[in-house]
Ligand binder design. Structure first.
Ligand code: ZN
Length: 513
């Protein structure tokens, strides 16, 4: 049962003076062993208001947020008609041996660049406020030219105390590196995409977390406080939105959601912008840069949630985004179907302005997603491994659909591929599976040899029996081996549902005599 004012202290009751415009976070905000409260929200008491007031909101659910509270924040809640209750004491911050320090990550990246030099390139894309190198690893073979490969960007460690995302980034990186030449799907992806991974964007904050401090922002103290919230420091395309507390940020340098003095004032956000714009130019979009960046995922913790723009408003028509947002919703829902995360427009969590995805979509029209993983900032090793597993399929799907994210939104997977060769013919069987992407009936399956071709030009499969009300359909295809050299070939399969959407490609090898 919900109780009111359980956490009210004598000290808070005595604080009856005039309230400042923003309730300052306590000087002990970085201490260990924090007490977390539930603050209940409704139509007139919103998480966005709490953020604007300087509250350190850790998690948002439909009718409450979790946040540590100072005595003056408790007083402010009471004076303004809010309800809250003590939720739990955290044992964190923790940083045990399951997690990697900045130095360890640098060593891992150097190792991978050396061991996988044909498909891995590590570069320094900028330097943090404290001059630590911000590193990105690009995974791609040299089979195709860069201009022939669409590009995806995955970012971890924007918020330092959210310690799972860098580990998930490293795991997904190693999955691609270790399976190239081993798994046909991964091999196809690494040959046909450029996958950029920034394991830790906010390395200065990460350094504080390694010292067991509860640290979220970067450490830039030039603006009178102790750091800038990097996920409020990107830009917004609509005038009057960036840096405006009405839309989910704070201009108080001590706030955990302080936006900084101007968009891209921080070297970390500027490094991401410069990486993206090194390909896209200052104003490029997927329409004008055909094989540029077409997928951005910024991973945070916590909440088990997948989100897309806008983050500052529910009005999807802002900036003409309604059709794109409908497609991003389909992609987000598909990922959520694989890991049972919630999926919704970012504004539903609480308003934020100047976040990574509003900028990447708003300025470059790149389909962009925020994923909030897990149920705490400081998961145990076992919980971390669960999160790693939960985030594999969304990652692989995101990479696969990067050539045509909206065209493939809601399209069926091609699964259970099985291949045999006899009498000059390759027989391929499998299923078109739309059960996690809208559950439409399936219309067509096409097979290509060695390279994905123009739609309609591949070998058409024959559709067979269906289950799941038509959402899963078996197929078989017969491909002549005439003209194909002996040895290993890759078959690439894509399926289409009745809505017209093509799903992510899947690949399988065939050995010809
Ligand atoms: Zn975050």
């Amino acid at each position: 049962m919900k109780k009111n004012w359980v956490g009210l202290t004598l000290a808070a009751m005595m604080l009856t003076g005039a309230m400042s415009a923003t309730v300052m976070p306590a000087q002990t905000a970085h201490a260990a062993n924090v007490t977390v409260y539930r603050v209940y929200t409704d139509a007139t008491h919103t998480a966005t208001q709490l953020e604007a007031q300087g509250f350190d909101v850790w998690e948002t659910q439909p009718n409450f947020v979790e946040a540590p509270l100072t005595s003056d924040q408790i007083n402010w809640l009471q004076q303004n008609g809010w309800s809250y209750t003590m939720s739990r004491n955290t044992s964190g911050p923790t940083f045990d041996s399951a997690y990697h320090t900045n130095t360890a990550v640098e060593q891992i990246l150097a190792d991978r660049a050396a061991r996988f030099k044909n498909i891995a390139t590590v570069s320094t894309i900028g330097y943090t406020y404290e001059k630590r190198p911000i590193q990105a690893i690009k995974i791609s073979s040299s089979k195709l030219r860069s201009t022939d490969k669409s590009k995806a960007l995955f970012i971890g460690g924007t918020h330092a105390r959210e310690i799972s995302p860098p580990e998930i980034m490293l795991s997904n990186m190693d999955y691609l590196l270790n399976n190239y030449g081993v798994d046909p799907d991964v091999t196809w992806m690494v040959d046909n995409r450029e996958i950029y991974i920034i394991p830790i964007l906010n390395k200065d904050g990460h350094d504080r977390v390694e010292q067991l401090m509860n640290w979220r922002k970067n450490t830039d103290n030039r603006w009178g406080g102790e750091g800038v919230d990097l996920n409020r420091n990107y830009n917004e395309p609509v005038n009057g939105v960036w840096g405006n507390p009405v839309y989910g940020t704070s201009t108080n340098p001590f706030s955990e959601v302080f936006c900084g003095p101007s968009a891209f004032s921080e070297p970390e956000t500027a490094a991401v912008r410069n990486l993206v714009e090194s390909v896209m130019g200052p104003t490029g979009t997927p329409a004008t840069v055909p094989n540029g960046f077409k997928m951005v995922v910024d991973m945070h913790a916590y909440g088990n949630t997948i989100m897309w723009p806008w983050n500052w408003t529910f009005d999807v028509a802002q900036y003409g985004a309604q059709n794109d947002i409908a497609k991003m919703e389909m992609i987000g829902n598909k990922w959520a179907a694989s890991n049972t995360y919630k999926a919704y427009i970012g504004a539903k969590m609480y308003y934020t302005t100047g976040d990574t995805t509003d900028w990447a979509y708003g300025f470059h029209r790149i389909p962009s997603f925020t994923i909030e993983v897990g149920k705490t900032f400081w998961p145990t090793n076992a919980d971390l491994q669960t999160q790693v597993a939960e985030n594999r399929l969304p990652f692989l799907n995101g990479v696969k659909i990067t050539d045509d994210p909206y065209g493939r939104a809601g399209g069926p997977d091609s699964t259970g591929l099985n291949v045999s060769v006899a009498s000059g013919k390759i027989t391929l069987t499998g299923s078109a599976d739309d059960s996690k992407s809208g559950s439409n009936k399936n219309r067509a399956v096409e097979v290509f040899v060695d390279a994905l071709g123009v739609r309609g030009t591949g070998t058409k499969a024959t559709l067979g029996n269906s289950t799941n009300s038509g959402a899963i359909t078996s197929f078989n295809a017969s491909i002549s081996t005439a003209g194909l050299s002996s040895g290993k070939h890759l078959l690439i399969v894509e399926s289409q549902d009745d809505s017209g959407a093509w799903g992510a490609p899947s690949a399988v090898w065939v050995n010809l005599p």
